[in-house]
Design a protein around this ligand. Structure first.
Ligand SMILES: Cc1cc2nc3c(=O)[nH]c(=O)nc-3n(C[C@H](O)[C@H](O)[C@H](O)COP(=O)(O)O)c2cc1C
Length: 303
């Protein structure tokens, strides 16, 4: 069998498959289906300084080959994360990625500083949530604000910082470079693509928030293109996500340039999605005679 471990920003994951933020809670429910210690890591629901109830419903709608969500960062807040969820997760023998969000740079910094004193493995800076009025994606759409929030958080964080990018920009390569130059240890992408659906009878948008973020298989080709573009622009590891549903998608994302992958929406349809992907990658790597799954990363042969 090939070595399935990968190392991103100094943290070794037992395999390259991470459950994506906001689609896996803290792993407690999924742990009833399989031991989440099988995963390379878990990226927790976006954590803010204070508890948030999120946006009013309806806030999830099915679309062709995907879902549109406007959950709006519902979470129990930093104190609960540290006192209740993190201790449980740390016992599960998988890497813990704390996905954090704020409405000001100072809020991001405060969360990062407090997490520095915990045994979180990586901080994932969510500057790409399209569903909150303040903060979120507004930090992720200009090179200046990406550089500012990244460099300030880096000053206050003792943990590796992985910056999560939004696809809702003109040139994701420029944004990625700005994050790298500001000190990011790794990048993850893509967050959801802003979308909208309308009920033709009522003429009301199907989501109460009017717009939401599109995820699932519908976004996969966009994600592969962006991961590849970013891979070519930066020298830090790239964690790829967006529409990965089966092991072939994960392999494709790695070939495009990802050192590891995250799996989100697929977990809703099949709670065993991550396990099937890990097992498929194991078979694929062995069939190619790879010493290490990491040998796949960035091996696309462009025309
Ligand atoms: C219901 C839902 C909630 C999400 N919440 C978060 C979040 O809190 N923080 C974050 O960075 N991304 C969040 N995301 C985005 C996912 O982590 C991921 O970037 C995106 O869905 C694309 O991957 P996928 O197609 O595999 O789901 C959320 C996605 C969904 C569907």
């Amino acid at each position: 069998m090939s070595d399935m471990s990968v190392t991103i920003c100094g943290v070794t994951l037992k395999n390259p498959v991470i459950a994506a933020s906001g689609t896996f809670g803290y792993g407690m429910e999924y742990n009833e289906f399989y031991p989440i210690s099988r995963l390379g890591g878990v990226s927790c629901k976006g954590t803010t300084l204070k508890e948030r109830l999120g946006n009013p419903p309806p806030r999830i709608a099915e679309t062709c080959a995907g879902i549109l969500n406007s959950v709006g960062l519902q979470n129990p807040g930093l104190d609960s994360f540290i006192s209740t969820y993190l201790p449980w997760l740390k016992k599960q023998d998988t890497a813990v990625i704390a996905n954090i969000a704020g409405s000001t740079v100072e809020e991001y910094c405060e969360i990062a500083e407090r997490l520095s004193g915990t045994d979180v493995d990586i901080i994932e800076l969510n500057i790409s949530c399209p569903n909150v009025k303040q903060g979120g994606v507004s930090f992720g759409t200009s090179c200046e604000s990406v550089a500012k929030v990244t460099s300030e958080v880096k000053k206050r964080s003792a943990k590796p910082v992985m910056v999560k990018l939004t696809p809702n920009v003109t040139d994701i390569g420029d944004i990625a470079k700005a994050a790298e130059d500001a000190g990011a240890d790794a990048l993850s992408l893509i967050n959801t693509i802003t979308g909208m659906r309308i009920d033709i009878k009522t003429r009301r948008p199907v989501l109460r928030n009017n717009t939401g973020g599109l995820s699932g298989p519908a976004v996969f080709p966009v994600a592969v293109r962006m991961v590849h573009e970013v891979y070519k622009r930066v020298n830090i590891p790239v964690v790829g996500m967006g529409g990965i549903t089966k092991w072939e998608d994960a392999a494709e994302m790695m070939i495009a340039g990802a050192s590891a992958v995250q799996v989100g929406t697929a977990n809703f349809r099949d709670p065993f999605a991550c396990i099937r992907i890990i097992e498929g990658l194991e078979r694929f790597a062995a069939s190619l005679g790879l010493k290490s799954i990491a040998e796949l990363t960035g091996t696309v042969l462009e025309w």
